[in-house]
Design a protein around this ligand. Structure first.
Ligand code: ZN
Length: 163
């Protein structure tokens, strides 16, 4: 029995997501993230990968990248959350979605997309509704940059209000 089923997502209201079809234990492999293996050189040289859909690209190692931008890649439906219950695990040239928490039947399966923080971060708003959501899809290690921006804005407001 598969550990997931495809349903309309609560996070991405235009799209679908994967949901746990039964209770999943922390550490379980849920689904394979599949795609086409290309060389990192191809990524650098092809227009297709020019900021179009970075969501689907995974660097596997120094030489290869997985392009998961295909309709047959069911794991590509997994949505980002700032408080994810799963992660992408690269094992050799394979990528597994592994549970990093116990997941209850019916919960949406989520991962941290791991986007870096750059000038384009505003293109990818996050609607995960986690308590720690920073408002954009940015990997955990870089979120402080956004939080800092928010904090600065609020600080300015406070200063203005006190005048
Ligand atoms: Zn979020």
């Amino acid at each position: 029995m598969k550990l997931y089923k495809i349903k309309k997502s609560k996070i991405d209201n235009k799209g679908r997501g994967l949901y746990a079809s039964k209770d999943i234990k922390e550490g379980s492999k849920i689904i394979n993230y599949i795609g086409k293996i290309i060389t990192n050189k191809q990524v650098d040289e092809s227009d297709k990968y020019d900021n179009g859909k970075p969501i689907y690209l995974f660097t596997l190692n120094k030489k290869y990248t997985m392009d998961g931008d295909f309709s047959w890649n069911t794991a590509g439906l997994i949505n980002h959350s700032c408080d994810p219950n799963s992660q992408y695990d690269g094992i050799g040239l394979k990528i597994w979605i592994t549970a990093i928490k116990d997941i209850k039947k019916g919960e949406e399966i989520t991962c941290d997309y791991g986007f870096g923080f750059d000038k384009d971060y505003k293109q990818f708003p996050c609607k995960c509704r986690a308590k720690n959501c920073c408002g954009y899809i940015v990997r955990e290690e870089s979120r402080w940059r956004i939080n800092k921006k928010f904090a600065m804005k609020n600080k300015k407001k406070l200063v203005n209000n006190s005048k």
